[in-house]
Design a protein around this ligand. Structure first.
Ligand code: F6R
Length: 239
């Protein structure tokens, strides 16, 4: 594992955006695995700036997102599809037809997950996976205790995660209780993984995930077994 420690969030975001840029330049038709959440926003902003300067071309890129709330439509402002459109896809020249997020409106959860795995495989897998890290060690929506061998599946969100995400919803009752997420196995099949962490509140879980025992109780600890992981963070998170 390589670690890039940047002074602050802005610089950590630039490092992560640099790695993504390198991927897009080296392989213009690459498959990017993308995440939502607060952490990658700065990275996406930087990619947009470089795109606007003419330094990046996303016209052949495909993207596959980690997860989506079950029951939310793409138009719902809290859906991850809406997040990706507004924070990145609407602002670069990626073809929306080449962007994939699990179908939150598919009521048949087995079908939703099977279809998503088929999409991943049909694209030859993910070249570069971007991950954020939950305070409980989750990656995607793989909560503590998730089996490492799972592919895309439907999860019941933990109270911890629902509370962490409640800030985006009008009330706690509106926070969905389930989500479709790529599983640990799907994530581990990515050729390269970049984990972005920021802020002091992530310090303890970073230590557990990357320096503690490998255990399903800390889902991100499985990343210690991947042969090409880059951890990018600010000093507060990597302290
Ligand atoms: C997002 C996702 C989550 C977040 C994690 C960290 O698609 O799958 O695992 O990456 O919850 O979220 P933030 O960045 O908001 O701290």
């Amino acid at each position: 594992m390589r670690v890039y420690c940047a002074a602050d969030y802005y610089h950590a975001s630039r490092v992560a955006a640099n790695i993504i840029s390198a991927q897009v330049i080296m392989k213009p038709d690459c498959v990017l695995g993308l995440a939502t959440g607060s952490t990658p926003i700065g990275t996406y902003e930087q990619l947009i700036r470089w795109y606007e300067k003419g330094d990046l071309d996303f016209s052949q890129v495909h993207s596959i997102n980690l997860d989506e709330y079950r029951g939310l439509s793409p138009e719902n402002e809290q859906s991850y599809r809406y997040f990706m459109n507004t924070h990145l896809f609407d602002k670069i020249n990626i073809d929306k037809k080449n962007t994939f997020v699990p179908d939150g409106l598919e009521p048949d959860s087995e079908k939703a997950c099977r279809d998503y795995e088929e999409i991943i495989h049909a694209h030859g897998g993910v070249d570069l996976q971007i991950l954020g890290l939950g305070h409980n060690g989750h990656i995607g929506f793989n909560e503590p205790g998730s089996a490492f061998e799972k592919e895309t599946h439907c999860v019941t969100l933990s109270e911890n995660t629902r509370q962490a995400n409640a800030r985006f919803f009008a009330s706690m009752e509106e926070v969905p209780t389930e989500a479709y997420t790529m599983g640990i196995k799907s994530i581990m099949q990515a050729k390269k993984i970049v984990v972005i962490v920021s802020g002091e509140s992530k310090k303890e879980i970073v230590k557990k995930a990357f320096h503690g025992p490998i255990t399903p109780e800390v889902p991100a600890s499985v990343l210690q077994l991947h042969n090409d992981v880059i951890l990018v963070g600010d000093e507060a998170a990597l302290a």
